[in-house]
Design a protein around this ligand. Sequence first.
Ligand code: F6P
Length: 340
Amino acid sequence: MPHQSVGFYNIIQNMSEIRRIAIFTSGGDAPGMNAAIRAVVRTANHYDLIVYGINRGYDGMIDDDIELLQDEFFRNTIQRGGTILKSARSEKFKTAEGRLIAYENLKARDIDAVISIGGNGTLTGAGLLTSEHDMCMIGIPSTIDNDLFGTDFTIGFDTAVNTAVEIVDKIRDTADSHNRIFLIEVMGRDSGYIALNVALASGASALVVPEKNTSIDQLVADLKKSLRRKKLFGLVILAEGNQLGETSDIAKLLKERIPEYDIRSTILGHIQRGGSPTAHDRILAGKYGYEAVKALMEGKRNVMVGFVNNQLTFTSFLDAVTKIKQPSQYDIGIAEILGR
Ligand code: F6P
């Protein structure tokens, strides 16, 4: 894998600076987080670093819920969904007082650096902690939403898409049997990556994502076009963060406009966050974990590791969470044409 290499001398020099690291998972869990934990600990052990695990994300950092991680801790977990370090969306860490306590707990253990595995909220927290205190961090992008700038894929996205596609295939069977239209809402708080990829992979008739304004008129037209092609059932994939509205409200509007069809809706919800990670997510997590430890040893500070076009990248926490990363209009256009 290409990366910015450093000389042997530099590695040895920086190895003496970083001796103890900590790792945690935070925010919405994502399949592959355990594989990332494993990769960080294995790589750190390889370089004789001491690794602490922080339980329950930033909450555990504040509550001093921190323990030494041995190899046994993550044995037999590469295939498991969820996170063995647990996760949380911490309200306390949003306060300066909370972050000061967290910093003091890390310092009390002589922890030199922290590797965070998570999404938007996790990296926002990392940006705050490192700007306010003398602590360095490296971020590993992990969220099923795939909405972090600075990397093509976040851990968990591929698994979530595959989980959703499997369920949409099952819904297709019953939609086909009854000649019904199904609205299927997938996750993606502000992002249409999951919806777009599920629509493409499941041959959906229509797609509603935050990145494209779709009116109810347009949706009705798309569906009617698809139904006219003797396809007697319809599958509409909606991202939860779409601008058209609540799925149940959209279903009511469609019923008024296409009364001859029976319309049902399903919200896939947290089922998309669980389950065994795909090979893609496990491999990605392994590379991120390895590169995060190496980045620390090579003197990188306060950045998120990523891969863009298969090239290793480092992005500031601020850019990762504030710069816009969106699915391409090209892909959205293909989904629309193939669906109609
Ligand atoms: O982690 C991302 C995500 O699954 C979003 O797609 C979703 O909007 C949100 O988290 C749900 O969060 P929670 O599980 O805290 O309700």
